[in-house]
Design a protein around this ligand. Sequence first.
Ligand code: CMP
Length: 139
Amino acid sequence: ALERTFSILKPDATRRNLTGAINAIIEKAGLRIVAQKRIHMTRGQAETFYGVHKDRPFFGELVEFMTSAPVVVQVLEGENAIAKYREVMGATNPANAAPGTIRKEFALSVGENSAHGSDAAETAAQEIAQFFAGNEIVG
Ligand code: CMP
């Protein structure tokens, strides 16, 4: 089915000027970038976004990192976009990511892992709505 997923190009990617290189991988995979903006996340936005992880030991570090530099938030559209983007990103830990994936090519560590993608349809809708108004998404 035609789906939309939510993506973040993380601070380690913006710092190293890698957003275009990552977008090239996204587009080569057949995903269309139907919304995109560069923002500096507030602590509140990061805490809300990662609320599901609030009791994890890495939560504080995750919020620090995600607010440490600009990010690029995106909506990606395509056939099976949610699963496809997870494939294109590769495993959360770059040590386990397959060749050619964003995280294998660019990620520095499990925390500084260059990209986020939604894990399911419900979270995709929720994550998109946190960062984009309907009229900012142009398919
Ligand atoms: P993401 O897909 O953005 O969703 C949750 C994030 O938590 C995940 O990517 C990782 O970047 C981060 N994360 C997971 N495990 C750890 C860890 N052990 N230390 C730091 N960050 C982590």
